[in-house]
Design a protein around this ligand. Structure first.
Ligand SMILES: Cc1cc2nc3c(=O)[nH]c(=O)nc-3n(C[C@H](O)[C@H](O)[C@H](O)COP(=O)(O)O)c2cc1C
Length: 204
């Protein structure tokens, strides 16, 4: 085993450090977060920190890097109160990854990629057209992590759209049927194999 102490990790060059730390917790979700500014300029950015924080009510959250530079997704959510989450699937990996480029707030990633905006049911933020899952959320809370300046942003699901062919009888969404990607680290996109479902467990 190669050993890394806290001290050694702290001293690593930035890129190596983020590669190491972002890979160590396992495969992560790959999601595009769609927002719109007060001036009606749309924004789309990839995030690997989206996870769920309970189902009743259904709350999803993600972590924003320190706001020492402008973070368009965060600013738009704070201004409008709404955002969308759209999982990355195989066909859009290259464009989805490109949304991590630092475009200024006046430029929409929808213009710089082949990804298209979709608006439905008067929801106040853009969905990614063709995404097999589209989630519309309303901003709920933010929690500032004092130790490193990151921010946990929480939102409540207002709308959830799922392509019919992915939903099984018990409402399990079979992500592999849409070739939805997972991320190893910050750039290793992988398409998982079909899930091996297990029965609900009770004590023996
Ligand atoms: C695979 C991948 C995952 C990322 N995950 C996050 C994340 O969870 N939180 C974050 O703040 N930035 C994350 N980023 C960086 C953002 O995508 C990047 O900072 C982007 O420019 C943010 O756009 P915005 O300023 O329009 O919000 C990730 C980048 C990549 C390539």
């Amino acid at each position: 085993m190669i050993e890394f102490s806290k001290n050694q990790i702290d001293k690593l060059p930035h890129l190596e450090k983020i590669n190491l730390i972002n890979s160590a917790t396992g495969y992560k979700s790959a999601n595009l977060i769609g927002t719109i500014s007060e001036d009606h300029i749309t924004n789309l950015a990839i995030f690997s920190s989206v996870t769920h924080y309970g189902s009743a009510p259904a709350i999803f959250g993600f972590v924003v890097r320190p706001t020492t530079v402008t973070r368009n997704t965060y600013t738009n959510i704070k201004t409008t109160g709404y955002f969308t989450i759209n999982p990355v699937h195989e066909k859009i990996i290259t464009d989805a990854h490109h949304t991590s480029a630092k475009y200024p707030e006046g430029i929409s990633e929808f213009e710089k990629t082949d990804l298209e905006e979709e608006y439905k049911d008067n929801f106040k933020a853009p969905f990614v057209k063709g995404s097999p899952i589209q989630i519309g959320l309303k901003f709920l809370e933010e929690h500032h992590i004092k130790a490193n300046g990151t921010i946990l942003v929480l939102g409540e699901i207002v709308k959830l759209y799922v392509k019919e062919s992915l939903i099984e009888n018990d409402l399990f969404i079979n992500l592999s049927k849409a070739n939805i990607a997972t991320i190893n680290g910050l750039d290793g996109y992988t398409i998982p194999l079909a899930p091996k479902r297990q029965a609900y467990q009770r004590p023996k």
